[in-house]
Ligand binder design. Structure first.
Ligand code: ARG
Length: 393
């Protein structure tokens, strides 16, 4: 019998996959990754495990990968200032290669010949899973049942699940397709497919409406060490707790919402809304600190790298040579990215208001218009002549 390791979420699609593959003669091992997805009401990892077994899995692995996700995926992307198409902080995209890494690892341990996922044939996530698995072990066969099975709608899947006694709560209506982890939430489908519609408030899970959000400003100071967040308001935090805390604080002020019509890798334009309060706050603070400590040329070049880096993450090329090489560049730029940024949160806005760093390149005696000025203005004349010289005819 062929063995397959399936990336299992506990939802309708992957539960149907378990049974569907079993009926095709496979032995199914389910892998549930805990990336901080915040299980819904009444849901638990025990219940997910039971569901997998009831659907026909022979074994279930559940792993808390939050720390590894943060250290090896989130922090490098933060250091790189990786933001896709100006808005998307890549929460979903960063999670996929890590899940795929464990699919491959478990496949090796269990001597399975295949790995499987529940992605559709229209999205980016199938690419991320399969490209990663292919890089880590090209011999593994990849199964993507949703691309080939007979079900054409959620209703048909529910019918199948009921007929096969798969314990799925079908009473819950699902207005959106949601992917969530500690770094952010991606929400699509339903009414959101209508580009002219403002996203309804009920689509957002962790951010209050900026309009209704708390009015009085909140100040929060974030300290980074070599590009990595370390403290809030002078207190050292474990990174996971720091991110969870900022998700709550930012969410209260309506910070971190995005509404994006994005270019998928497979050529489709799609509309997705995002919530990422902690990621937004940390990106803003990190960028602000870099503006203080990076020299001009490094800072500008790093913006080009950020663009490429975000594409590589989005395109599923996390384990590519170029991504690895860019990490080398980014890491070397973070040597001086130590210091504190104070931010002001008000009604959907997060703005830096104060900054300090032992590595600051800001020299007040050069920039000042006051009498402590040390800049020799006479030098400017010669500099400008030579600077403009190549362009004079
Ligand atoms: N568009 C995002 C990406 O490609 C998120 C995809 C998953 N979204 C979802 N709602 N299930 O990374």
């Amino acid at each position: 019998m062929k063995k397959v390791v399936l990336a299992y979420s506990g939802g309708l699609d992957t539960s149907c996959i378990v049974r569907w593959l079993k009926d095709k003669g496979y032995e199914i091992i389910c892998f549930v990754a805990d990336l901080g997805q915040g299980l819904g009401q009444g849901e638990s990892f025990e219940a997910i495990e039971e569901r997998a077994l009831a659907a026909g899995a022979s074994k279930v692995y559940i792993k808390d990968l939050q720390d590894e996700f943060i250290d090896d995926f989130v922090v490098p992307a933060l250091k790189a200032n990786a933001i896709y198409e100006g808005k998307y902080l890549l929460a979903t995209a960063l999670g996929r290669p890590l899940i795929a890494k464990y699919l491959v690892q478990i496949a090796h341990k269990e001597k399975a010949q295949c790995v499987a996922h529940g992605c559709t044939g229209k999205g980016n996530d199938q690419v991320r899973f399969e490209v990663t698995a292919g890089i880590l072990d090209p011999k593994l066969e990849i199964l993507a049942p949703v691309r080939e099975w007979e079900f054409k709608s959620r209703e048909e899947e529910i019918e199948y699940a009921m007929a096969k006694n798969i314990p799925i709560d079908v009473t819950k209506k699902k207005p959106y397709s949601i992917d969530r982890n500690i770094w952010g939430i991606s929400i699509e489908a339903g009414i959101l497919e209508n580009l002219e519609h403002e996203p309804p408030e009920d689509a957002y899970l962790i951010t209050k409406s900026p309009a209704g959000g708390t009015t009085y400003p909140k100040y929060i100071e974030i300290y980074f060490e070599k590009g990595k967040p370390k403290k809030i308001d002078g207190k050292v935090w474990k990174l996971k707790d720091l991110i969870n805390h900022l998700n709550v604080v930012g969410g209260t002020y309506g910070v971190g919402r995005q509404d994006l019509v994005e270019n998928r890798l497979v050529g489709i334009k799609s509309r997705e809304i995002y919530e990422a309060p902690a990621a937004t706050i940390l990106h803003i603070a990190h960028r602000e600190l870099e503006s203080l400590v990076l020299d001009r040329e490094t800072a500008h070049f790093k913006e080009i790298i950020a663009l490429k880096y975000s594409e590589l993450v989005y395109y599923g090329l996390w384990y590519s040579p170029l991504k690895q090489a860019l990490d080398g560049f980014v890491d070397s730029t973070q040597e001086f990215v130590t210091g504190s940024i104070k931010l002001k949160l008000t009604k959907g806005v997060c703005a830096p208001v104060s900054r300090k760093s032992p590595n600051s390149l800001y020299k007040k005696e050069l920039s000042t218009y006051g009498k402590e000025d040390k800049f020799n203005q006479k030098l400017a004349e010669g500099f400008i002549k030579i600077w403009g010289m190549p362009y004079q005819r």
